[in-house]
Design a protein around this ligand. Structure first.
Ligand code: ZN
Ligand code: ZN
Length: 351
């Protein structure tokens, strides 16, 4: 019997370690995917910790609903190895990206096509075993999207960092056409957001990040201007240059990033928040109405958005972000480097 090797979470707050089990056989509509690449995401750090920082001493415990050992990893590209007898279209040998944000399929949000927001979800690498492994079982072939002619190292991360950025930019709506958008935070999601914004919008975006190297990478990637939000003059300079911004994506999601975002927002503007860094954000209540502001959160994106994004990428309309390949066995090292902020672009595990 084929063995499945995994870099498993065996205890919260502890390093991953290798576990080996028999490779599962897919049943019914299930599909077994042999993994080629799996991206390493910031949310993997939170999952390994077992909590999100909420600010002060408060933490959101996320250790429930997950049996250990557990396999992290939700940015998966691979090859269909076998399929259950009801898995129509799951041709063995097809190269596919995995849409990981799988819902219950029956609740109101799932029926509306927003499985990513399902409260009884089966998100791959979050609740269901994921991609820091040689294989993964996916419940239905509808979640498997052809990625050729892209590389698997580009296709996998499109399903999380790419999709998160794409969905956030779409949620800016018509405001994104009334001037440049501002992207705050240039990690994996932010850099993807920059590449996608260059395709979706007429004007090149403005970016903000506290890291000079990331600002440099963003300017090389087509940003119109790059600001350091930790510079006390940045807000004034940005207001002077733009008159305030109508459309902002906050890919950081911290007290400071939201203060900066709402501080440079024009009247009638909107901030879409995808970041999960944590902390507590407060605002003068009257400013919400006075500035007619909208603050909206998004969580990854829908299956339909994943298809749209892959179509754009496959048509060559999205420049790949820098990625670094590392062997699966170095999963913990990749997480450590991400935690230490030593990564520009995306780290992808090679299986
Ligand atoms: Zn992710
Ligand atoms: Zn559901």
């Amino acid at each position: 019997m084929t063995k499945m090797h995994r870099q498993s979470l065996v205890a919260y707050g502890q390093p991953l370690c290798e576990t080996v089990v028999d490779c599962p056989s897919p049943r019914g509509s299930e599909v077994l995917v042999r993994i080629e690449r799996c991206g390493v995401c910031h949310s993997d750090l939170h999952l390994q910790d077992g909590y999100f920082e909420l600010g002060g001493d408060r933490r959101l415990d996320i250790t429930k609903d997950r049996a250990l050992p557990f396999t992290l990893g939700h940015e998966i590209a691979g090859v269909i190895e076998s399929a259950g007898d009801e898995a129509v279209g799951a041709t063995v040998g097809r190269h596919v990206a995995v849409y990981p944000w799988i819902g219950c399929g029956t609740c109101a949000v799932c029926r509306a096509g927003e499985e990513n927001l399902c409260s009884a979800h089966r998100h791959v690498g979050i609740i269901a075993d994921g991609g820091f492994a040689t294989h993964v079982v996916i419940p239905h072939p509808r979640y498997l999207l052809d990625y050729a002619p892209l590389s698997p190292a580009f296709a996998g991360p499109l399903m999380c960092s790419g999709l998160t950025a794409y969905s956030a930019l779409k949620h800016l709506g018509a405001r994104a056409e009334r001037g440049p958008v501002l992207l705050i935070g240039l990690g994996g999601v932010g850099m993807m957001g920059l590449a996608i914004a260059r395709t979706l919008f007429r004007e090149p975006p403005i970016v903000a990040d506290i890291d000079a190297e990331k600002r440099k990478a963003a300017l090389a990637g087509g940003a119109a201007a790059a600001y350091d939000p930790s510079d006390p003059q940045a807000r004034r300079e940005m207001m002077k240059a733009t008159g305030g911004l109508l459309a902002i994506c906050d890919f950081v999601g911290s007290e400071k990033s939201l203060q900066f975002a709402t501080g440079v927002l024009a009247r009638g503007g909107k901030v879409v928040v995808t970041g999960l860094l944590g902390g507590t954000f407060s605002i003068a209540a009257a400013m919400i109405a006075i500035k007619a502001m909208t603050i909206e959160g998004t969580l990854t994106g829908t299956l339909a958005e994943a298809r749209e994004l892959l179509d754009l990428a496959r048509a060559g309309k999205i420049a790949p972000i820098p990625t670094h390949d590392r062997p699966l066995a170095e999963a913990q090292g990749a997480l450590d480097d991400l935690r230490a902020g030593r990564v520009v672009g995306r780290t992808v595990l090679r299986v």
